[in-house]
Design a protein around this ligand. Structure first.
Ligand code: ZN
Length: 252
């Protein structure tokens, strides 16, 4: 087990440093070269979104015909598979539209702080954070940092319950797994008691993101979640355990 975790950890590191095609391709030179602290820092920086996807060689820009606007980025492997899925869906009369993809720390911080400052002043810091966490991630804890996540078509669960939206959702449920995409934020139940509410639009490219989730379990702690208004509540809430790891079993 430890051996396996080590392989995944260094596999991700190899990917970050070399931009190799899969997280599972560990590179012997990389394993032996950086001191362990630097290696951990590189993984923490990646997982917490402290990089610029427009400059990262493992990322690719999503052409606007796949998305609601231009300027989205994804990990190359995730986008290659998305393109195949998009084409298969198109043949079945379903149009997949990316509404959001990679969001780095700074971007997420912008979303978070806007919502933070809109909260009632009388609320405790913890309650402000819990309120925002119903739908938005704390900077550093979003799966959207990783380049493996897409939000599709609509940010409303109810859109996916009728007509076109229902057709799309059913198509994804029947086919997305063939392309490596799964839903981390399913309805909360005994198997997923914590974390964000259900998001029918959010899909994760698990051939990469499962390894990243396991790396997050290994290297991220609540006290490393810093650098924005209300970040101290991360420890009190237990965001790593409850939110980062509070995903459907297909994604961990
Ligand atoms: Zn999302």
């Amino acid at each position: 087990m430890i051996k396996k975790m080590k392989k995944i950890f260094f596999g991700l590191l190899g990917t970050l440093l070399l931009g190799s095609s899969t997280v599972f391709n560990a590179n012997a030179e990389i394993i032996n070269s950086p001191p362990p602290q630097a290696a951990t820092k590189a993984v923490v920086d990646y997982l917490t979104g402290r990089f610029n996807p427009t400059k990262h060689k493992a990322f690719v820009k999503v052409p606007s015909r796949y998305a609601s606007r231009s300027g989205f980025y994804l990990r190359k492997e995730a986008f290659e598979s998305f393109k195949k899925m998009h084409e298969a869906a198109r043949k079945d009369g379903v149009k997949l539209v990316i509404r959001s993809a990679t969001r780095n720390f700074d971007y997420q911080k912008g979303i978070w702080e806007r919502k933070w400052h809109a909260q009632k002043k009388s609320r405790s810091a913890k309650n402000k954070a819990l309120n925002i966490l119903q739908l938005s991630s704390m900077p550093s804890t979003s799966r959207h940092h990783w380049g493996t996540e897409v939000d599709l078509n609509s940010f409303s669960n109810s859109w996916f319950e009728h007509d076109q939206g229902l057709k799309l959702f059913r198509w994804m449920e029947n086919n997305a797994a063939n392309y490596g995409f799964h839903r981390p934020y399913t309805k909360k139940d005994n198997t997923r008691p914590y974390g964000y509410n259900e998001e029918k639009w959010h899909w994760s490219y698990t051939p990469l993101s499962i390894a990243m989730t396991r790396d997050a379990a290994k290297v991220l702690t609540d006290s490393k979640i810093t650098g924005f208004s209300g970040s101290k509540t991360a420890v009190e809430i237990g965001v790593v355990e409850k939110y980062i790891l509070g995903v459907h079993e297909s994604c961990r």
